[in-house]
Ligand binder design. Sequence first.
Ligand code: FES
Ligand code: MG
Length: 592
Amino acid sequence: MARRKMKPQNLRSKQWFDNPDNPGMTAIYLERTVNWGLTVEELTCGKPIIGIAQTGSDISPCNRHHIELAQRVKDGIRDAGGIPLEFPVHQIQETLKRPTAALDRNLQYLSLVEILYGYPLDGCVLLTGCDKTMPAMVMGAATVNIPSIVLSGGPMLNGWWNGKRAGSGTVVWEARKLQADGTITYDEFIDVVTKSAPSIGHCNTMGTASTMNALAEALGMSLPSCAAIPAPYRERGQMAYATGRRIVDMVWEDLKPSDILTREAFENTIVANSAIGGSTNAPIHINAIAKHIGVKLDIDDWEKVGHEVPLLVNMQPAGAYLGEEYFRAGGLPAVMNQLLKAGKIHGNAITANGKTMAENVKDATISDEDVIRPYDKPLVKDAGFIVLKGNLFDSAIMKTSVISPDFRKRYLSNPKDKDAFEGRAIVFDGPEDYHHRIDDPSLKIDEHCVLFVRGVGPLGYPGSAEVVNMQPPSALLKAGIRDLPCIGDGRQSGTSGSPSILNASPEAGANGGLAVLKTGDRVRIDLNKRSANILISEEEFAARMAELKKNGGYKVPKSQTPWQEIQRSMVSQLSDGMVLKPAVKYQKIAQK
Ligand code: FES
Ligand code: MG
């Protein structure tokens, strides 16, 4: 039985439904809430009212099965003595939304904040899945700070094509190259890609969705073992029921996001991200959550805390397997157990079930050591991100664990200059420009070039596009050059295994150094020194900047919708989490 801190008469929902000091409003609040069959007795007898934030719909297929899962959440809430009220939030579907789904993370966040704050809710279950839905939901819960718990939707079953695992997204990057070099036709390309999506659920690779849901668990915001259960498995419905039961006790225990989302929890999350081979989108979203709960965390912490952590999870894009094997091998608890035994995480961090992370994972075991490696037999050592700086940007990240042996041989094997490379910059202004010109012979792109894309940050391409991993021109692909170094102020899909340098901040749209880069410039990237520079003098750099300012700065395209304009007027850079700057000062607002 939960240790009760909260008394029934102090429940937040009482202010709406049981407030004799204000009979007029109380009657109105009750009158319309009972019109679909609820009773006044249910709403006033001292049971917690629990919201279920619904992120699934026909236009968000990654999360669509939450429509059914919500029923099991309601069963759990009812059985534990609560009253469930399900509500929709603004929808986000990574693969459908134009120009980019990331634009909507902050809109879904806002829509949740308004509901959690303005409606009679004592606690909330956050239904998450597709990439941005986890950060949007947890950011909203952090701002309002009422008891909240994440229920992930889980990945799709494994995809298969020609007897091989076809992982979401990852297979697209591979198949695109096969189509470009003529190995497969357009119809075969569509066939491969759709075969990677064999069931309900979100991406079955360790892309941004599996990453962010694993990190919800690493933060302590979901029940142990929640993230990895594939969407169609019976355990997913059982987890929905357990989560519904648990949120009621969290209300009685008054266990709020601010009790869980501590600096220790964020450090655990950075470590976990390295060990699972998590998405390069994680720093953006996790830094945003930290900003909204008021914990100090910055982009440099990702290298400081996370770089010297080994990759343990052998899952695409960094490894071989997909979500089903990962779940069977033990999922996140097995990974956290390894990290705990290695002294890499804070075992005392409190989690949603009221226990510490150490209590939750101390007995978790690995059932297949090829899928989840023991700490001392990793796939890659030092698997976290490095943070690069220079005159090109103040910060950009790189996931060094995905540098292939071929890439290392071509660019990083000079014995005199290990871990550094120089090349000729080829600069594209946005993905459309890249598509128009990548095969233009006048650019003379060869294997000594570095591809840049700019104008794709939070201001340039509102929300920041996932376009930094660019494939080389067809002529190079046909000659066997599968990757060129890519750098940009946008993001890249978590399902891409490309070793791009990305999330560059400040972006060209904010007149960062990328804005003055020219095609033909020599650039030098030194991974050891963590530097990335255009090889021009300080005077030349200053002159180019002055010229840029004189011409009114880097031009970004016009906003196409009201929200694009609103977000552009107040959004921070990727290194700062791409948050709405005025929103950050609203913290723990349910307690004010
Ligand atoms: Fe929705 Fe990958 S597209 S999870
Ligand atoms: Mg994505």
